[in-house]
Ligand binder design. Structure first.
Ligand code: GLU
Length: 428
């Protein structure tokens, strides 16, 4: 019989063999194990633990009847609210015309890579999806190494040293801070130096500030303040507003990059059309950042800071190295100091390490190799989000003092237990 060429595997070679994104894969695997009756501590997917603030939910309900397609670039009032937010929070001058709304910043990043012709530079480690997006498009990714002694932050000289070799290549670098997977952020001085290097080398910066509002001290600074003409700021509702599943992302462009915004809008118009109408109306309420939302954020940060500090102390006390966290809800725990005892347990790669800990303790987390680190390095990533954020927030609102360990044991129990289990597991 003639072979049916439609039904036999005829796949784009860029995609062939690629697994599901690591973060979503570990989530599905964890849920599957839970369904089979196993106890799993979910430190794999970085999903915000806190609920969507009440006024934002109310606004969504009030707008459920909105059924029309909205403008491709996003609802004007929402784009205006986002522009105003950047004026208030960073003193940056955007207007509604400079903002693009998408179904999650992840999709906007992919479309940026479709439209921008050039190399993708990534500090190693970086979030799991930037490089696979480039791979899907058959584009080149260049990893620039970072070092633990610098808290895994990109050093401007390392960026320059790479770019100097081939000065006339168009390039975009993605800088993410507070950082996923490390929890660190760039101090202002380093941001200025990176801005200087990027300007000198003509590099476009995609500044992924999705965790900006989750800087534990609430004092996030954008690199766009120092390199406004070359920076696109990426953000969205997923992390600070607890609305990952709502899928709403924002890009803010300087005026001189209008060609890029327009190119992306063309691709948007041929792909996702426009973002869900009720979600856009509700997002206006979120981006207004009134007192109620600011209070919600203040307490979210307090909880993350207290929990981050607990993990920082406990991991370091058993030889799992992590730097003091600045923001977001991640760590890049480094087990390298324990290399010899792990080798005796037949563990020599980060994926084997995570696999074994999952099997033996039920704690699900990700290997550093998913974030661009060497397999053999024994770095990993945890997302400290396995707790009921609604209950934790309600309790935190009532407590004036620092949130102590008994608060964490009561309201962030799964995460605390998971961390204790890892600490116990590494003991000889
Ligand atoms: N940013 C989250 C993480 O790193 C998950 C969201 C996603 O990968 O789409 O775990």
């Amino acid at each position: 019989m003639k072979k049916n060429t439609v039904l036999c595997e005829s796949m784009n070679l860029n995609v062939k063999g690629m697994p599901l994104s690591a973060t979503l894969n570990i989530n599905e695997k964890s849920n599957e194990m839970i369904k089979q009756g196993k106890k799993v501590y979910k430190l794999g997917l970085g999903q915000a633990p806190f609920p969507v603030p009440k006024p934002v939910i109310e606004t969504l309900k009030e707008n459920a009847h909105r059924k029309d397609y909205l403008p491709v670039k996003g609802l004007h009032e929402l784009r205006e609210a986002v522009a105003k937010y950047y004026k208030k929070s960073q003193n940056l001058d955007f207007s509604a015309d400079d903002i693009l709304i998408g179904p999650g910043s992840k999709e906007l990043m992919f479309i940026l890579q479709v439209v921008f012709y050039g190399e993708l530079l990534l500090p190693a480690p970086s979030w799991v999806s930037y490089a696979p997006q480039a791979k899907i498009l058959g584009k080149k990714t260049v990893w620039i190494d970072t070092y633990e002694e610098n808290d895994w932050l990109l050093m401007p000289e390392d960026l320059e040293n790479y770019c100097k070799k081939n000065p006339n290549t168009p390039r975009v670098i993605i800088l993410n801070y507070p950082n996923n997977p490390t929890g660190k952020t760039y101090p202002e001085k380093l941001l200025k130096e990176l801005a200087y290097a990027a300007r000198k080398q003509g590099i476009l910066v995609l500044s992924d500030e999705i965790y900006g509002e989750l800087n534990h001290k609430g004092n996030h600074v954008s690199i766009a303040r120092f390199y406004p003409e070359g920076t696109i700021i990426s953000s969205g509702l997923s992390k600070w507003c607890g609305a990952g599943g709502w899928r709403l992302g924002t890009f803010a462009f300087p005026k001189n990059l209008k060609w890029l915004l327009d190119g992306m809008a063309t691709v948007a118009s041929e792909t996702f059309t426009s973002v869900s109408a009720p979600i856009q109306f509700a997002s206006i309420r979120a981006f207004n950042f009134d007192d109620e939302i600011n209070t919600y954020l203040k307490h979210s940060r307090r909880i993350l800071k207290a929990l981050g500090n607990y993990i920082y102390k406990n991991f370091n006390s058993v030889g799992i190295k992590v730097p003091q966290p600045d923001g977001a809800f991640y760590f890049l725990p480094n087990f390298s100091q324990l290399k010899d005892s792990l080798a005796k347990r037949d563990i020599t790669t980060s994926s084997r390490l995570c696999e074994t800990i999952l099997q033996e303790t039920g704690v699900a987390f990700l290997p550093g190799s998913d974030f661009g680190r060497d397999e053999k390095e024994l770095t990993t990533r945890i997302a400290y989000v396995d707790f009921d954020g609604e209950q934790a927030l309600a309790a935190a609102y009532e407590i004036k003092d620092d949130l102590n360990e008994s608060f964490l044991r009561k309201y962030c129990a799964n995460t605390v237990t998971a961390v204790d289990k890892i600490c116990e597991w590494v003991k000889p």
